[in-house]
Design a protein around this ligand. Structure first.
Ligand SMILES: O=C(O)[C@H]1O[C@H](OP(=O)(O)OP(=O)(O)OC[C@H]2O[C@@H](n3ccc(=O)[nH]c3=O)[C@H](O)[C@@H]2O)[C@H](O)[C@@H](O)[C@@H]1O
Length: 183
């Protein structure tokens, strides 16, 4: 049977609503936040800010490729903090309210070290985090630098700008991987 027009209009499945427990007193006073790449430079500073709020519980997932536990040593053992050695290319089942997705080698020497792995981290890692956000109804923030636009012909780059990336260049594993996630 042919789909009617309202079926077609509604073909985009909405994400599930957050559990009603999310609005209970317990959850309001305990926002569970996942920071991937939280052992890195930007991630660990973000963790410091998030931990300042006593209502936050912070979980860091990091494979320590470029980050270090040292960056988080002041929080290790804190009751509102948890550190997991985890590679985002593997799925992660965890109940959280917010996700800051920062796990990716950022510096050229690291992201060019193993370009295929960099693409997997960018694409599979981010799809895993988007899937997690969808399953648990969490809000997600994906970060990256304007380097993903390659060698841009416009400054500053508006949201509508497609970028000027060399798809076969040595940086493409980072640029193309990150930019594909904006689809
Ligand atoms: O400006 C940017 O482009 C970058 O800014 C930050 O990166 P930054 O803090 O400067 O870099 P690092 O100190 O290397 O932090 C990256 C973190 O991700 C972790 N990581 C890296 C790769 C990986 O596969 N998994 C993973 O957990 C590293 O161990 C590290 O802790 C973000 O973490 C990057 O996602 C972003 O691409």
């Amino acid at each position: 049977m042919a789909a009617n027009s309202s079926d077609r209009e509604n073909h985009t499945k909405q994400p599930p609503l957050p559990s009603p427990l999310r609005f209970s007193k317990f959850y309001q006073s305990n926002m569970r936040i996942l920071v991937t790449g939280g052992a890195g430079f930007i991630g660990s500073h973000l963790v410091d800010r998030l931990m300042e709020n006593e209502k936050n519980e912070v979980i860091v997932a990091d494979n320590y490729f470029t980050g270090s536990k040292d960056n988080l040593k002041k929080w290790i053992g804190h009751p509102r903090f948890e550190l997991i050695r985890h590679d985002v290319t593997e799925s992660l089942m965890i109940e959280v309210d917010q996700i800051y997705h920062l796990a990716c080698p950022a510096s050229p020497i690291f992201y060019k070290y193993n370009p295929v792995k960099t693409i997997k981290t960018n694409v599979i890692g981010t799809l895993n985090m988007l899937g997690l956000a969808k399953r648990v109804g969490a809000r997600i923030l994906l970060t990256s630098t304007s380097e993903v636009y390659g060698d841009p012909l416009e400054h500053p780059q508006p949201e509508s700008y497609w970028g000027n990336v060399n798809p076969i260049g040595v940086r493409s594993c980072y640029d193309e991987g990150s930019v594909s996630l904006r689809l």
